[in-house]
Design a protein around this ligand. Structure first.
Ligand SMILES: C[S@@+](CC[C@H](N)C(=O)[O-])C[C@H]1O[C@@H](n2cnc3c(N)ncnc32)[C@H](O)[C@@H]1O
Length: 277
C-alpha cells in the first residue's frame, strides 16, 4: 500500500577504493599486531593450541571431519591460503595429506611454528606471501582451500581465484569460507542492533579503519554472491556448491558479530566449493 511517509534517505556511498598494495600493507601489520589477542580469544575454538590442530570452517563450528568438503585427503597435495597459525593444515597433515600453508602475516605464522614445535613435534612448510601472487608452479596441488583466510581481505579477489585455479591440478578442488555476503548489510553487532539493515548490499566500497594520521590500518572488501560466482567462473572453475552452515542449537559461543541470535535468522558464513575441470 502506498505510504505518505517520506522514505528514509539512502546512506551515501563512499567511493574511495582501497588498492591491493594498501590492503596488503595494512592487513599484514594488523594481523601481526593482532596475532596474540586473536589466539587468546579464539585459539581453543580453532584448535590452534591443540596437538595436531583442528579444522573448523567457520564460527558455526562446521568441522572438515564432518563436512568432508575436500573429500579424501590422504596422500593429496594441499595448499592452504590465509592459514593464520595453520590449525587446519596441521589437522590435514595428521590425515595423511602433504600440506603447505601460506599467510601474509609473520606474527600469525610464528604462532603456528611454535605450536608445531611444542605440540606436534613435526613441521609443515609455512610460507609468508600474499594470496594475490602464489609462489608456486602451475598444477602443483590436488586441493587448495581457505578458511576465512585471505579472500575477504584482498582488493583483487578475482586474482586470488585465478591464482588458486592456476596452481591446481586438473580435477582439483578450490574450497573457501568467507563472511556470508548478506552480512555486509548489517552492523557488526551480535545483538539486536545487528538485525537491522544499515548498508546497501550492492555497495562494494571496502570497510577500512585508519589511524590518527589517516594511514589505513585494516581493510575488508565486499563482493556479492553473484560477484563471487562470476569470479570463480572467470578463473575457469566449476562451482559445485555454496554451503551456508546453520547455527547449531547447542552452540552458545559468540565470535565477534556471529551469535546464536543472528545465526537463527540468517547465515553468517558462505563456503564456496569449486573444481578445476
Ligand atoms: C581470520 S584469519 C583466519 C586464519 C585461519 N584460517 C584461522 O582460522 O585462524 C585471516 C588470515 O588471513 C590472512 N591474510 C589477510 N590478507 C591476506 C593476503 N593478502 N594473503 C594471505 N593471507 C592473508 C591474515 O594474515 C590472517 O592470518
Amino acid at each position: 500500500m502506498p505510504s505518505d511517509e517520506t522514505p528514509a534517505p539512502r546512506p551515501p556511498r563512499v567511493l574511495d577504493a582501497v588498492d591491493s598494495t594498501t590492503s596488503v600493507r595494512a592487513n599484514r601489520s594488523w594481523w601481526d599486531g593482532e596475532s596474540q589477542e586473536y589466539h587468546r580469544e579464539h585459539g581453543d575454538f580453532l584448535g590452534s593450541d591443540a596437538a595436531g590442530g583442528d579444522f573448523v570452517w567457520c564460527p558455526e563450528r562446521l568441522r572438515e571431519e564432518d563436512a568432508r568438503l575436500l573429500g579424501d585427503v590422504a596422500g593429496k597435495t594441499v595448499l592452504e591460503i590465509g592459514c593464520g597459525s595453520a590449525p587446519c593444515s596441521r589437522w590435514l597433515a595428521g590425515q595423511g595429506a602433504h600440506v603447505a600453508a601460506l599467510d601474509l602475516s609473520h606474527g600469525m605464522l610464528e604462532h603456528g611454528l611454535e605450536a608445531m614445535d611444542r605440540l606436534d613435534h613435526r613441521r609443515i612448510p609455512l610460507i609468508q606471501a600474499s594470496a594475490e601472487d602464489l609462489p608456486f608452479a602451475d598444477g602443483s596441488f590436488d586441493l587448495v582451500f581457505s578458511s576465512f583466510g585471505a579472500v575477504p581481505f584482498v582488493a583483487d579477489s578475482a586474482r586470488v581465484m585465478a591464482e588458486a585455479a592456476r596452481v591446481l591440478k586438473s580435477g582439483g578442488r578450490w574450497v573457501f569460507s568467507i563472511n556470508h555476503p548478506m552480512r555486509w548489510m548489517f552492523p557488526d553487532d551480535p545483538g539486536p542492533a545487528g538485525l537491522t539493515v544499515a548498508i546497501p548490499y550492492f555497495n562494494r566500497t571496502p570497510y577500512s579503519e585508519a589511524d590518527a594520521d589517516g594511514v589505513i590500518t585494516y581493510v575488508e572488501h565486499h563482493r556479492t554472491i553473484g560477484d563471487r560466482v562470476r569470479e570463480i567462473r572467470a578463473a575457469g572453475l566449476v562451482l559445485d556448491d555454496i554451503v551456508e552452515p546453520e547455527w547449531p542449537d547447542d552452540l552458545d559461543r559468540e565470535w565477534g558479530q556471529w551469535s546464536p541470535l543472528r545465526g537463527y535468522y540468517f547465515p553468517g558464513t558462505a563456503i564456496f566449493c569449486s573444481r578445476k575441470p
